[in-house]
Design a binder for this molecule. Structure first.
Ligand SMILES: Cc1cc2nc3c(=O)[nH]c(=O)nc-3n(C[C@H](O)[C@H](O)[C@H](O)COP(=O)(O)OP(=O)(O)OC[C@H]3O[C@@H](n4cnc5c(N)ncnc54)[C@H](O)[C@@H]3O)c2cc1C
Length: 393
């Protein structure tokens, strides 16, 4: 007979990944505890941009409650000197405030029956053949399974040790409407290429504020402070210079990640499930939370603790797209001028990108179109092959 436990599943972290997993598991009838280090609502440095793919994971009424802006226009700048604009008849993305979005998802999980303990961190855990013990700031708990959904900062910072892994450093700050010289169009996001090395800058509207930030790969950006200052100076619509807060974005980089082991499974940023081209992580945190919950639920029902189907699902559904996105990131961020030149010549490439955000197209198609056009114009057959690992993640 199995020894008694306090919960069927403990989830560490109440971001989108953790709350999604907790909601799905509670709905399936399991006893779930969510540990969250902070108190909610809490702020999280984030652009808050959700691709419309999210409609497959979240119900319409919930989205209607949290979406602040619907995006149908993209503005690109190159070195903040030249500008290109693209519009789409069908919206491609949504903007949310993370403090509102994450709180709403946590409430959904609570309504489904999950127990939440805020201001309670997971400090360590130990796996036994039939259960897991979880040490927290509020004592020790025992569960059958553990979901690690603690984001990019679990405490022990496992990603720091991985040299050359693709972890972007992002600096973000919200600017209230009153801090703008002219109002920002509520349906437009701007992506600034060539402002930082191996990355991009952004200006995203969200309700009555604008999220301003840069995201770059520190291995390549040697002068982040100088680039940040230069970027902010180039944003002529700002009355004052906002204070940008730093945070890590642990992206998929093709290196192995222990997605699931004995009775423990990782979701979202804790599993590096961030698409490396745009740095989109919210959708993948939700996807992996739901997928992880399904696999744990099956294991609980059958009594077989094998979590193998979870990494298999990631390899099947996410890795092919992530690998293409990584290949694109390597070329676009290393040679932003090349991408800019292509955008100017072929605006059809953005039509494909909008479709990717809506979940109707793949990065694979985008990559091949990109490659075909670059080869056509340059006549060089080697363009967009595998770049040398010495220079790229
Ligand atoms: C500046 C910036 C801009 C970004 N912009 C976008 C964007 O526009 N669109 C997009 O899709 N993605 C964006 N991302 C990525 C996105 O924010 C993450 O991928 C997403 O939040 C991952 O969700 P998660 O649930 O895995 O982790 P998180 O949202 O980070 O949640 C983890 C939770 O775990 C808690 N926690 C941490 N340690 C412990 C512990 N030991 N015990 C208990 N709880 C703990 C934390 O307090 C937190 O609430 C951005 C990231 C950054 C840094």
């Amino acid at each position: 007979m199995s020894p008694p436990v306090d919960f069927d599943v403990i989830v560490a972290g109440a971001g989108p990944g953790g709350s999604m997993a907790a909601a799905a598991l509670s709905r399936a009838g399991w006893k779930v505890l969510v540990l969250e280090k902070k108190t909610f609502p809490r702020s999280k440095p984030c652009g808050g941009c959700l691709s419309r793919r999210v409609e497959a994971l979240l119900p319409r009424p919930l989205l209607d409650e949290v979406v602040e802006n619907t995006i149908s226009r993209a503005i690109f700048t190159f070195k903040q000197k030249e500008t290109l604009e693209f519009t789409t008849s069908q919206p491609a993305a949504y903007l949310v405030r993370r403090e509102v979005f994450d709180l709403r998802l946590a409430r959904e999980a609570e309504k489904s029956g999950a127990e939440f303990r805020f201001s309670t961190s997971l400090s360590s855990f130990q796996v036994f053949p039939d259960f897991v013990t979880v040490n927290t700031s509020a004592g020790i708990f025992k569960s059958r399974f553990l979901v690690l959904a603690y984001g990019a900062y679990p405490g022990e910072r496992p990603f720091k040790a991985r040299r050359r892994s693709l972890t972007y450093l992002a600096l973000e700050g919200p600017v209230p409407d009153s801090g703008l010289v002219t109002p920002w169009p509520p349906e437009a996001v701007a992506v600034h290429l060539g402002s930082v090395a191996f990355g991009y800058g952004w200006t995203f509207p969200c309700g009555n504020r604008l999220s301003v930030g840069i995201s770059f790969w520190p291995e390549k950006e040697r002068h982040p402070k100088r680039s940040r200052d230069h970027f902010l100076k180039g944003l002529s619509l700002l009355k004052n210079r906002p204070r940008l807060k730093g945070h890590l974005i642990p992206c998929y980089d093709g290196q192995p990640v222990p997605y699931a082991g004995d009775r423990v499974l990782r979701v979202g940023d804790a599993a590096r499930l961030v698409e490396p081209f745009l740095g989109e992580g919210i959708y993948y945190a939700l996807w992996s939370g739901r997928q992880g919950a399904e696999v744990i639920s099956t294991a609980l029902k059958s009594g077989d603790p094998d979590l193998g189907p979870y990494p298999q699902a990631i390899a099947q559904h996410l890795h092919p797209e992530f690998a293409r996105a990584l290949q694109l990131a390597r070329w676009v961020y290393a040679c932003p001028g090349l991408f800019w030149w292509l955008l100017k010549k072929h605006n059809s490439i953005m039509t494909i990108y909008f479709s990717i955000l809506r979940g109707q197209e793949s990065y694979d198609r985008f990559f091949w179109e990109f490659k075909k056009k670059i080869r056509h114009y340059t006549g060089l057959r080697w363009v967009l092959g595998e770049p040398r690992r010495r220079f790229f993640p």
